[in-house]
Write a protein that binds this ligand. Structure first.
Ligand SMILES: Nc1nc2c(ncn2[C@@H]2O[C@H](COP(=O)(O)OP(=O)(O)OP(=O)(O)O)[C@@H](O)[C@H]2O)c(=O)[nH]1
Ligand SMILES: [Mg+2]
Length: 218
């Protein structure tokens, strides 16, 4: 009996989140704003990637930066002179569409053509929570171990692009980045896979090109 109730609660939460995600997407599309959300492991390079995209494109970008309790990432992004809202999840390990909806209210949407959302670092919890974006990019790095992709299949099956970052450190940590590429492609034949070293500047052009293409096809 208890089990049935648990499933119902989870289903209701998912349904409510989906409705709010659809509302966020409609709100963004009415203003012709493209939205990309970054998920990925803790420390994999999500904020670094957001910073690089801001600095290397001409889009009018606004950012929603998710963090559990701090505003560290929002503070970093603010230094790049773009509007940013820090979203604290408290004890939660993921953003949800409700929080994102409120974050969007605090961005100057009329001045923007792109919104970037950085989720809390986690490869499991964000999976079930659509936020209303057009493109989901999952960022992992070789320093998490080259078995990271095969151990967390669902996030790679539900994302559009995977960035395998910190390839400059692959030899140092004994990780095989090409294994991670193959694992991602096996889990999701439709996923676009990009290897990068944001530290050394490799892979960034390809990531920006993928975002640009998705934006043009919006
Ligand atoms: N060696 C190396 N370090 C990198 C690379 N990309 C990012 N870093 C470093 O990795 C650390 C974590 O990067 P962040 O961008 O803060 O990672 P994050 O995914 O936003 O982290 P959380 O938001 O805490 O989950 C920072 O010290 C970055 O400078 C890379 O390609 N190579
Ligand atoms: Mg970050």
């Amino acid at each position: 009996m208890h089990q049935v109730a648990d499933v119902e609660v989870a289903k209701n939460i998912m349904d409510a989140n989906k409705r709010l995600a659809d509302k966020n997407l409609k709100n963004l599309e009415e203003k012709e704003i493209f939205c990309v959300d970054f998920v990925g492991a803790i420390g994999s390079g999500k904020t670094t990637l957001v910073e690089e995209i801001i600095d290397n494109t001409d889009y009018n970008i606004g950012v929603l930066a998710g963090d559990v309790i701090s505003k560290f990432d929002a503070g970093r992004i603010e230094k790049h002179n773009v509007p940013v809202v820090g979203l604290n999840t408290g004890k939660e390990c993921h953003l949800d569409a409700h929080l994102v909806g409120h974050g969007l209210e605090d961005l100057p949407l009329d001045d923007l053509d792109m919104v970037i959302i950085e989720n809390v670092g986690n490869l499991i919890c964000p999976v079930d929570f659509d936020l209303g974006s057009h493109l989901r990019i999952v960022v992992v790095s070789v320093t998490e171990g080259d078995d990271t992709v095969e151990k967390h299949p669902i996030i790679f099956q539900t994302s559009d692009v995977v960035v395998i970052n910190k390839v400059d450190l692959a030899d140092a940590v004994g990780a095989d980045a090409d294994k991670m590429v193959a694992d991602a492609q096996k889990l999701n034949p439709n996923i676009k896979v990009i290897k990068s070293s944001l530290k050394q500047g490799t892979g960034l052009d390809e990531i920006i090109a993928v975002i640009e293409e998705a934006k043009n096809n919006q």
